[in-house]
Design a binder for this molecule. Sequence first.
Ligand code: ZN
Length: 248
Amino acid sequence: MKIAVFSDIHGNLEALKAVLADAKERGYDRLVCLGDVVGYGADPEECVEVIRREVFVDGSGESVVKGNHDDAVAGGDDSYFNPDAKRAVGWTREHLSEGSLQWLSALPYEKRHSGILLVHASPFDPGEWNYVVTMSEAWNAFESFGERIAFIGHSHVPFTVGIDSAQSSLHVETHEHVILKPGWRYLTNVGSVGQPRDGDPRASYVQYDDEEMTLDRIRVEYDIDAAASKIHEAGLPAFLADRLFKGR
Ligand code: ZN
């Protein structure tokens, strides 16, 4: 089965549409979204509608988990957010329908099926929004799941790290196309659709093939000018528009 996994859309409809079109062109059996559908970008309601229609399809196995911005917008804690993020949370809340807020609020923190774990932030404490960036955090992550592969988002920086079958060493995979080794387990940050922060402004997602046992990191160009203009027009912090061009 081919699974397209993406995360951190952040209300960027242009980036979301570009990623879904690219995934459709390559072909997939299942779509998975790791949360932060909203927050920062100017099209939160439209992004929720697209995710509900295309990804959150009841009974067909498609999955969506909750991100920290989804949680904050739907009434969760936002006291740890910086001022720009907090302003975006308030703006986003005012621009979402009651139905979308309820849908975001009801999303699960994690999902497990077919040998994969889906979580927005960390496998060790999904609702605490910890980052998994360092090698010691990756070790902690591997100790807290038994699935073949865990998909995460949250940092907006894509990476893949594997642990050998003896559980004795970690290996960072730097290639865009990774052939998964038998007996190894993997942790993959899929990067961000709507606000990449690894210096590449193109939208990021991954495609996982659980028969071929391959993982592909994919980048997609989208209309950054349109997404940025909408942020300016909405009166959201200008910084949120400017960073889209830099991928930072
Ligand atoms: Zn995010």
